[in-house]
Design a protein around this ligand. Structure first.
Ligand code: ADP
Ligand code: FRU
Length: 295
């Protein structure tokens, strides 16, 4: 299937630390790596490994980090022809501390690039795509993009990731076929419990299915009829790297929906793939396992 992803690409500077430091403390990192990141491109990199043909719509600068992103996406056969370049600017950068003690990732993010706009999106031919995935970023712009998609190609299905608490995000809840929430969004809106959160969201959207990942606890889904399934997270001998686990989860969900699988099977497969990601560094090697029943 052909999937267009609209959202961010970042440079991630990842410090592995024994434990997260206290304010004003100085500690040494155990290891450091620099990687491509950003929710939408992380999700696309996994979708590409799951066998889909992907394109990315987002913004880049023209610095060495931006060139590195283009090369990385090219390595995963992700088309970058829709990306918008801003010369003289800097690629958004995330400074990430990965704690060995808890497996948590703490992110300080710097950004001075404009968002990918509805005007940029208007230049994209919607004909070739089977699915469009939006990372919910600038709600007013994203609303215009979804409206265009629904008016020009009403049968083209789309998903919306709702991770960051942005003013007006709720205005995007009508239109997408699939909503992908994060625990941080739920918590920031006062929900301490996954089931309660999903039941409440069910009242606020016409999306067919609503998924929400809940860290090491697992995840849940509620369908159009209000039926709810939960799945525990995968049990791992060692949590190596949780950075982008939610983005991997989202890729597996989109893949399952495109393959017309049942909500509970999609949920189980998404927890499995996200778990595999947490047991390893980065996003390579997250394709479909070979063997009977897969492929
Ligand atoms: P985010 O990357 O948005 O913070 P989450 O932390 O909610 O996303 O994780 C997404 C999914 O990854 C979870 O639903 C779970 O299936 C899996 N996951 C996250 N942390 C762990 C963990 N410690 N062990 C196993 N699986 C995990
Ligand atoms: C992980 C991630 C990182 C990036 C940050 C942006 O989900 O996409 O790769 O730096 O989040 O918010």
């Amino acid at each position: 299937m052909q999937i267009l992803g609209v959202g961010g690409a970042t440079l991630d500077i990842v410090n592995q630390v024994e434990r997260y430091p206290a304010e004003d403390q100085e500690i040494r990192a155990l290891a450091q790596r620099v990687a491509r990141g950003g929710n939408a491109t992380n999700t696309l990199v996994v979708l590409s490994q799951l066998g889909h043909r992907c394109g990315w719509a987002g913004v880049l600068a023209d610095d060495p980090a931006s060139r590195y992103i283009l090369q990385e996406l090219d390595d995963f056969q992700i088309s970058t022809s829709y990306c918008r370049r801003y010369p003289g600017r800097k690629l958004p950068t995330s400074y990430v501390s990965l704690s060995q003690a808890t497996g948590s990732r703490t992110i300080v993010h710097y950004r001075d690039l404009p968002e990918f706009s509805s005007k940029d999106f208007a230049a994209i031919d919607l004909e070739p795509w089977d699915w469009v995935h939006f990372e919910g970023r600038a709600p007013e712009e994203t609303r215009r993009m979804i409206d265009r998609l629904k008016s020009e190609r009403p049968l083209l299905r789309c998903s919306l990731e709702v991770e960051k608490p942005r003013h007006g995000m709720e205005s995007l809840f009508s239109g997408p076929d699939l909503l992908l929430f994060s625990r941080s969004y739920a918590r920031q809106h006062g929900f301490a419990e996954l089931r309660t959160f999903l039941r409440e969201m069910r009242q606020r959207t016409n999306a067919c299915s609503i998924f929400c990942a809940w860290g090491a606890t697992g995840a849940a889904v509620v369908d159009a009829g209000g039926r709810l399934w939960e799945s525990p997270a995968a049990e791992l001998p060692q949590v190596v790297d949780t950075l982008g686990a939610g983005d991997v989860f989202n890729a597996a969900v989109i893949d399952g929906v495109l393959r017309r699988q049942a909500p509970d099977s999609i949920l189980a497969a998404a927890c499995l793939l996200a778990g595999r990601k947490c047991g390893q560094q980065g996003f390579t090697g997250l394709g479909r396992p070979a063997g009977p029943g897969h492929g």
